[in-house]
Write a protein that binds this ligand. Structure first.
Ligand code: 6R9
Length: 658
C-alpha cells in the first residue's frame, strides 16, 4: 500500500468528508449557498427552474394545492418540450453536437442540434401521418439507438405522451404496458447489437401482438439501411414513412403545463406495473434545473450517463435535462465489456467526457474487473454521479480514486421513477462529499423521517425510519395512469390525513428507509423490505453488505433476511468472489469477521453462501427479496423482471443441496 492509499483509507474509516476541488467550485453552476434560501420561498423558489425554459405563455399560479395530492404546477403556462430541447438552441448552437452516439459495432453518429431538429420534425410528421394525435399514448420499445430520443422528442412535439418500455423487457411485459396505456402505436426496430451479436428485437413486438387484445399499428425503424431480420408486412417501415416526409417541419404543439409528457412504468416487483404519469411543465423545469445545479451541466460540456433511456434516469438525465440545457449527451448502444472491459473508458477518452453518471452496480462491476482496465485511458472527469442504490463506501472510494482520479466530485443522488428528478443530493460545490450518504435535500425539497406510527423522528437523530417528503415539488408524478386510487394508496395514504384538503396534511411515502446523521446528511438505506430487525436491532442490508465488501476477496454481496425464531431475522450473506479467488473457509471467516468488526456480533450472518452470480433486475438492482425467498425456503415467485431468471433457480438448487 502506498502512503496515498493509507491516507484515503484512513479518512474513510473515520467517515471523513471529501472536499470538492477549488477548480470545481470556481466554475460550478451552483456555488452560492444562498440558493437554499431562494428555494425555501415555497413554492415561488421553483420558478427559478421554470424560468430556465421557453414558455409560449407564462404560468399565472406556481402551485395549485387545493386538491391534494393532485397538485398542479405552473398553472396556466404553455410550452413544448421538443421546442425546449431542440429548437431553442438552433440559433446559437445549431451546429454543435446534441447527441454523440456510438454503436457497439463501432459505428458512430454525431448528431448536431440542426440534425436533431430535422430528424425530430420528420419523425413527428411521420407519426402524424399514421394518425397519432395529441394525447394519444405512443409505446416505444427501442434500444439505445438515436431513434429512441428522436421518437420521444417527436412525440413531445405533437403532444402525444410516450411510454418507453425498456428494450430488455419481454414481449409479455410490452403487451401488458400497451394494454395498460391503451396505446394504438408501438414504435420498435428490427434489431440491435449486444455483445457482438445482432439481436432480433422485432420478434418481441411480433409476440406482443399475439398477446394483446388491442390492435396497435407497429412502426419499425431499422438499425441499418435495410432490415436484418424478417419484418412483418403488417408493419409500417419508418424508413419509407420518413422518405415521404423529408424536409417537412411540424409546428410544436402548445401544451398546457399540466398536460402529460410521458408515462414510465415502474419495474413492478409486486403486482401490476404502475404507469407513473409525468406532466410537461413541472417535470421539464425540474429536470432542467437539477441537471444544471446538481449535474453541473454547461452547454459546452460532453456529458455521459451510460444508463438506458428506457429507465427514468435516462429520460431525465440523458434526454430531457441535458438537451434542455443544450449540451452534448453521449449514447452507447452496447455492453460495457464488449469487445473488452475497457470499452467504457475508451469511449470516455475518445469523446473527452467531462461529466459521468452511473450506478453503484456498475461501479462494483468495474471494481470486480479491476483497475487495470481503466489505467492507461486518458479521460478526465470533472464530475461523477451515482444513482439507483445506496453505494457502499468501499465502492465509492474506488470510484473516487480510480475513475475520478481523486479530482472529480461525486454526487450520490437519491430519487425515484415517481419523483422525476433528484430529491436528496448534495450540490457538489456547496457541501463536502461523504461516502455512502446521499447528503442534503435538493433545493426546495422537504424530506423527513417518520416512525411506523407516522410520528416524525427528530431531525439529525441518527435513527432509522420511513423516508417521506412533506411538500410537493414540480418533478413529482401526477398520478398512476388511469388509477387515481392506486396513486393515493401507494404513495399517500399511509402518512396523510386523506380527508383533508389542506396540503400540509399530505405526505409522500417514498418506501425507503433512511437516517439523518447529526451532521444533517441523509443516508438512504434502501427499500424498507431490505431493512431487517435482528434481535431488536435495526440493520440495513446495506450496512452488512458494506462490511462484507471490505473483504478484498469479495466482488459483490447481497444480504437476505432469514426468519429466525429467536432473533426475528438473521442475515444470510450471498457472495460472489473476485476473479482468481478461491471460495474457501478462510474467505468465509474473513467475511464473518468483517461483519463482527464493523457492526457487532449480533449481526453475525447465519450463513455465507458463495454463488456464481446474484439475481438482478434488468436495470441492475439486486433482487434481495428472491434471496430471502430462497433463504426461507419459499417459492421464488415472479422472476420475469430479472436479467437472467435462471440465476435464482441455480442458487436455490445449490442452497437446497447444501
Ligand atoms: C432513479 C431510480 C428508486 C429506488 C429508490 C431507492 C433506490 C435510488 C438511490 C437509492 C440509495 C440512492 N435508490 N437512488 N438508494 N441511494 N442514491 O433509481 O429510480 O428505478 O424508480 O428506483 O432506488 O430504493 O426507492 P427507480
Amino acid at each position: 500500500m502506498s502512503d496515498e492509499d493509507i491516507t484515503i483509507e484512513s479518512r474513510l474509516a473515520e467517515q471523513d468528508y471529501f472536499e470538492p476541488p477549488e477548480s470545481f467550485v470556481d466554475q460550478a453552476n451552483a456555488a452560492d449557498p444562498a440558493i437554499y434560501d431562494r428555494f425555501d420561498e415555497f413554492p415561488a423558489g421553483f420558478e427559478e427552474y421554470a424560468e430556465m425554459l421557453d414558455w409560449e405563455s407564462e404560468w399565472d399560479t406556481v402551485l395549485d394545492d387545493s386538491n391534494p395530492p393532485f397538485y398542479e404546477w405552473f398553472v396556466g403556462g404553455e410550452l413544448n418540450a421538443s421546442h425546449n430541447c431542440v429548437d431553442r438552441h438552433l440559433a446559437e448552437r445549431g451546429d454543435e453536437t446534441a447527441i454523440l452516439w456510438e454503436g457497439e459495432d463501432g459505428e458512430t453518429r454525431d448528431i448536431t442540434y440542426d440534425d436533431l431538429h430535422e430528424q425530430v420534425n420528420e419523425t413527428a410528421a411521420a407519426l402524424r401521418s399514421v394518425g397519432v394525435e395529441e394525447d394519444d399514448i405512443v409505446t416505444i420499445h427501442l434500444p439505445m439507438v438515436p431513434a429512441l430520443p428522436i421518437t420521444m422528442l417527436a412525440c413531445a412535439r405533437i403532444g402525444a405522451p410516450h411510454s418507453v418500455v425498456f428494450a430488455g423487457f419481454s414481449a409479455n411485459a410490452l403487451a401488458e404496458r400497451v394494454g395498460s396505456a391503451e396505446s394504438d402505436h408501438i414504435v420498435t426496430i428490427d434489431g440491435y447489437y449486444r455483445r457482438g451479436e445482432f439481436l432480433d428485437h422485432i420478434e418481441k413486438a411480433d409476440q406482443a401482438m399475439t398477446e394483446t387484445d388491442r390492435d396497435p399499428e407497429v412502426l419499425a425503424w431499422t438499425r441499418h439501411d435495410e432490415p436484418e431480420v424478417d419484418v412483418s408486412d403488417d408493419y409500417t417501415m419508418m424508413s419509407a414513412l420518413l422518405d415521404d416526409h423529408r424536409g417537412e417541419t411540424v409546428e410544436p404543439v402548445s401544451r398546457d403545463a399540466e398536460d402529460p409528457l410521458f408515462l414510465m412504468y415502474t419495474s413492478g416487483t409486486t403486482g401490476q406495473p404502475k404507469g407513473c404519469q409525468h406532466r410537461t411543465g413541472g417535470y421539464l423545469a425540474y429536470v432542467t434545473g437539477t441537471s444544471k445545479y446538481v449535474e453541473d451541466i454547461k452547454p459546452e460540456d460532453t456529458y455521459w450517463c451510460p444508463a438506458d433511456i428506457g429507465w427514468i434516469t435516462g429520460h431525465s438525465y440523458i434526454v430531457y435535462g441535458p438537451l434542455s440545457l443544450g449540451t452534448t449527451t453521449v449514447m452507447y448502444e452496447g455492453a460495457p465489456d464488449h469487445p473488452t472491459k475497457s470499452r467504457i473508458w475508451e469511449i470516455a477518452e475518445s469523446y473527452d467526457v467531462d461529466i459521468f453518471h452511473t450506478s453503484p452496480t456498475a461501479v462494483r462491476q468495474f471494481m470486480k474487473w479491476g483497475e487495470e482496465h481503466v489505467e492507461g485511458h486518458d479521460f478526465d472527469f470533472r464530475h461523477m454521479t451515482t444513482v439507483g442504490e445506496p453505494i457502499q463506501p468501499e465502492a465509492w472510494l474506488w470510484y473516487y480514486k480510480h475513475i475520478g482520479d481523486e479530482s472529480a466530485v461525486i454526487v450520490d443522488t437519491w430519487w425515484q421513477t415517481e419523483t422525476g428528478g433528484h430529491l436528496i443530493t448534495n450540490l457538489p460545490a456547496i457541501q463536502d462529499m461523504k461516502p455512502g450518504s446521499a447528503g442534503h435535500p435538493a433545493p426546495g425539497i422537504q424530506p423527513a423521517i417518520y416512525d411506523d406510527n407516522g410520528e416524525a423522528i427528530p431531525t439529525e437523530s441518527d435513527e432509522a425510519g420511513n423516508l417521506v417528503i412533506e411538500r410537493p415539488w414540480p418533478g413529482m408524478l401526477q398520478t398512476v395512469y388511469g388509477n387515481d386510487e392506486r396513486f393515493i394508496s401507494e404513495y399517500w395514504e399511509r402518512f396523510s390525513d386523506t380527508d383533508s384538503d389542506d396540503s400540509s396534511d399530505w405526505v409522500y411515502e417514498a418506501g425507503d428507509g433512511a437516517v439523518q446523521a447529526e451532521d444533517g446528511y441523509y443516508r438512504v438505506l434502501g427499500r424498507l423490505d431490505d431493512v431487517m430487525n435482528v434481535a431488536g436491532h435495526r440493520l440495513g442490508t446495506m450496512e452488512l453488505e458494506s462490511a462484507v465488501a471490505e473483504v478484498e476477496d469479495v466482488a459483490e454481496a447481497a444480504v437476505a433476511a432469514r426468519e429466525d425464531a429467536q432473533k426475528g431475522e438473521v442475515p444470510d450473506v450471498y457472495v460472489t468472489v473476485r476473479e482468481g479467488v478461491e471460495e474457501s473457509e478462510a474467505v468465509r471467516d474473513r467475511i464473518v469477521g468483517a461483519i463482527e468488526q464493523e457492526i457487532g456480533k449480533f449481526a453475525r450472518p447465519n450463513e455465507v453462501i458463495f454463488v456464481d452470480d446474484l439475481p438482478k433486475t434488468r436495470s441492475g438492482k439486486i433482487m434481495r427479496r428472491l434471496l430471502e425467498n430462497i433463504s426461507n425456503g419459499d417459492d421464488l415467485g415472479n422472476t420475469t423482471t430479472l436479467r437472467d431468471p435462471s440465476v435464482p433457480e441455480e442458487i436455490r438448487d445449490q442452497v437446497q443441496a447444501d
